[in-house]
Write a protein that binds this ligand. Structure first.
Ligand code: GTR
Length: 324
């Protein structure tokens, strides 16, 4: 009798090896917000969907609360591969992706709905494509509401901003916007804004309801004037090298999961805006609502002259404004 039977142990090992999936690839996600923030919950949901749908081939893991650095560093790490995916606010992308400047100009969008119609259509695809030279593939658009100014002194009109030191994100457009109001713009990373207001490095900043609340800025700068100067979308991006390393099938799974995560994020965002407003009002902050924003709009007009300088940007702005 020929003894060519393999041992039961070897057979078992071979069977396990055949059944085991390829080694899981951990991909690292950057996020600036606390784990319960709408962006964070949606990014975690993205991770679960991708792990499940790729049967563990790709295991996304999001590091919340700026554990992987502040946004400017994260954008740099995107170029070198330290980070595989992220949700970036468009303002800190202004200086490396010029097309994003147009979407962050004051009053470029008429409303959040208008912004959705723009980013969910062909212009959104064009903006996503503009990120490729910065090594990023844009997959979906998250909400970030409207941003307004707040300070540690009363703000009742545009004149009250004159001479104040206002924190901005790292963007030439934001610096110009604040200076057009006669205030002094100081770029400071998000995580340092609370202490900067507290210690008087700046008098105030600008942000949406959820960030104003989640960071506790309303405690140190309790005067919020709802001028709603910008409606800035946030983009879900994947590192282009990571993206290119995947099969078409996995790319499709990841793209779809990013889109579904954005749907969840927008729902959570709407709820959180209301909750945050309530928390801030209950804490006794002074909220000034503006029926007429024309003084702000007019004061910021020069920013358009400064940044909408070439034909492509002018054309992009025209198409955004013409979107119904
Ligand atoms: C938040 C935004 C963050 C960050 C921050 C800031 O609203 O979600 O990504 O850009 O503002 O002001 O730096």
């Amino acid at each position: 009798m020929k003894l060519n039977r393999i041992s039961p142990v070897a057979a078992a090992v071979a069977a396990i090896a055949a059944a085991a999936p390829a080694a899981a690839e951990e991909i690292r996600g950057w996020n600036t917000h606390a784990p319960d923030y709408p962006v964070s919950v949606a990014m975690d949901h993205f991770g679960e969907m991708v792990a499940e749908r790729t049967e563990g081939r790709i295991e996304p893991n999001t590091y919340h609360s700026a554990q992987l650095g502040e946004q400017d560093q994260a954008i740099e790490q995107m170029q070198f591969g330290g980070i595989d995916f992220a949700v970036f606010n468009l303002v800190p992308l202004n200086n490396i992706v010029p097309e994003t400047q147009v979407t962050t100009l004051p009053y470029a969008f008429r409303s959040v709905d208008h912004m959705h119609r723009v980013v969910d259509g062909p212009i959104g695809e064009e903006l996503a494509a503009a990120m490729e030279p910065a090594n990023m593939v844009g997959l979906a658009w998250y909400d970030s509401g409207a941003r307004s100014f707040y300070a540690n002194t009363p703000l009742n009109s545009v004149e009250d901003l004159e001479g104040l030191k206002i924190r901005v994100q790292n963007s030439d457009v934001n610096v110009a916007m604040v200076e057009a109001l006669g205030a002094n713009a100081t770029p400071i990373p998000f995580g340092e804004v609370y202490s900067s207001i507290q210690t008087g490095v700046v008098d105030g900043a600008e942000n949406n309801w959820p960030s104003y609340e989640s960071t506790g800025h309303y405690e140190v700068a309790p005067h919020y004037i709802l001028d709603e100067h910008t409606i800035v979308p946030e983009v879900f991006v994947i590192n282009k090298d990571t993206w290119d390393s995947w099969s078409a099938e996995d790319q499709e799974i990841v793209r779809q999961a990013a889109k579904e995560s954005a749907e969840l994020q927008r729902e959570l965002w709407a709820e959180r805006e209301e909750q945050s407003e309530q928390i801030v009002r209950d804490a006794g902050a002074t909220i000034v609502e503006l029926e007429d924003k024309s003084a702000f709009i007019e004061a910021m007009n020069p920013v358009y002259d400064q940044f909408v300088t070439d034909e492509n940007l002018r054309d992009l702005l025209n198409r955004i404004q013409a979107t119904e």
